[in-house]
Design a protein around this ligand. Structure first.
Ligand code: PLP
Length: 375
């Protein structure tokens, strides 16, 4: 029985071309990039070429690109460094950030290092930019603004340029969790007022366990992980050579095919929304579905009934993979903190459908037909 995988915001399948690019570095080109002989030099060259390629795509300088183990490490590093090294004593964030951000911020607050303000959200789940400016401008201390670019549960996209400009105006440090948008959105970092962004290859058909931290060259932070001098003394530990190659290749492919893939996946998202509305009229949707929203994510609500309570389980036994919110919280006893912040309705069952270039309309037809029988 073939599975239908509609959980691409949780992770994506590796693109065969990415695997092909990685394979030599898992086999014959296995050298340690720090070794001075030919195997090492070959590995070092491959890493620096990958860094250059990533920097070019994001319109950043290669010295601003650091490879990490993923989005979680990148956000932990950026937020902690903003407090420890850049003097931020006030953090402005939102209640719908990923736990990689929220838990880091809460940890710093529990240590008594910062005060935290949560910006207001509009009804459609967007950050209230008027309130954001009010909070930043009223801050008497050096402020870190940490707001995600696209929300991984509802897909809303933040106006990163507008927030960056506000931060610049009020001399605040700006970190954005861009894990859902790197590989899905054209970045122009030289012309964006942001100090830190993050990325994770497994969200755009690359391998797991490899991420990116962009650190704007105007800010200087201390290393988060101590040891050898890798990543220009910023992140010690033997580099994830094949992961870095995979990250760069996945980003190159997603950039090359961005227009085509984005149009195709958006079509799938809108088709699913239309089909759900036609076939299950009680459905409602979260976020700014057809507005400022990521083309990969559709978050739907169904009324809570004895049947719908078991929906995720029933979809699973029918080989349909979806998420009830963030994958990072599914299975936990408490519901999604994002849903609590934006609609907080215990009488709704929320399902996140998230698509990739490997999905089809035929799969959507099958899922909608199955949903009709399960609700
Ligand atoms: N931030 C967002 C918005 C995410 O969706 C995720 C992954 O679920 C992360 C951070 C964590 O990234 P990683 O899995 O690479 O640690």
């Amino acid at each position: 029985m073939n599975r239908i995988y509609f959980d691409n915001a949780a992770t994506t399948s590796i693109d065969p071309q990415v695997l092909d690019a990685m394979m030599p570095y898992l086999t014959e080109k296995f050298g340690n990039p720090s070794s001075i002989y030919s195997y090492g030099r070959e590995a070092r060259m491959a890493i620096e070429n990958a860094r250059k390629s990533v920097a070019k795509i994001l319109n950043a300088h290669p010295s601003e690109i650091f490879f990490t183990s993923g989005g979680t490490e990148s956000s932990n590093t950026a937020i902690t460094a903003a407090v420890r090294d850049l003097g931020c004593k006030h953090i402005v964030t939102s209640a719908i950030e990923h736990h990689a951000t929220l838990h880091t911020v809460q940890h710093l607050k529990a240590q008594g290092l910062v005060k935290v303000s949560y910006v207001k959200l509009l009804k459609n789940g967007h950050v209230d930019l008027v309130d954001l400016e009010k909070v930043i401008s009223a801050s008497s201390e050096k402020t870190l603004v940490t707001l995600m670019h696209a929300n991984n549960e509802i897909g809303n996209i933040l106006d990163i340029d507008a927030v960056g400009n506000l931060c610049k105006k009020h001399n605040a440090i700006f970190h954005s969790d861009t894990v859902q948008t790197v590989g899905h959105f054209p970045f122009d970092l030289k012309n964006t007022n942001v100090h830190f962004i993050t990325g994770s290859a497994h969200k755009f058909h690359g391998p797991k366990g490899i991420g990116l931290l962009y650190i704007n060259r105007d800010v200087k932070i201390k290393p988060h992980i101590h040891g050898g001098g890798q990543e220009r003394n910023m992140r010690a530990g033997t580099e994830n050579l094949y992961g870095i190659i995979g990250f760069a290749k996945a980003l190159e492919l997603s950039t090359e095919n961005y227009d085509k893939d984005c149009a195709y996946i958006r079509l799938l998202k809108y088709y699913m929304q239309d089909e759900l509305q036609k076939n299950i009229p009680v459905v409602t949707f979260n976020g700014d579905v057809r507005g400022k929203s990521l083309y990969t994510i559709l978050s739907a609500n169904f009324p809570l009934t004895e049947k719908s309570e078991m929906l995720l389980y029933n979809l699973d036994i029918n080989h349909i993979c979806v998420s009830g919110g963030s994958a990072c919280t599914s299975g936990a006893s408490q519901g999604s903190h994002v849903m609590q912040a934006i609609n907080n309705d215990p009488d709704l069952v929320t399902v996140r459908f998230s698509f990739s270039k490997f999905n089809t309309k035929a799969e959507i037809d099958m899922v909608v037909a199955k949903l009709k029988t399960l609700l």
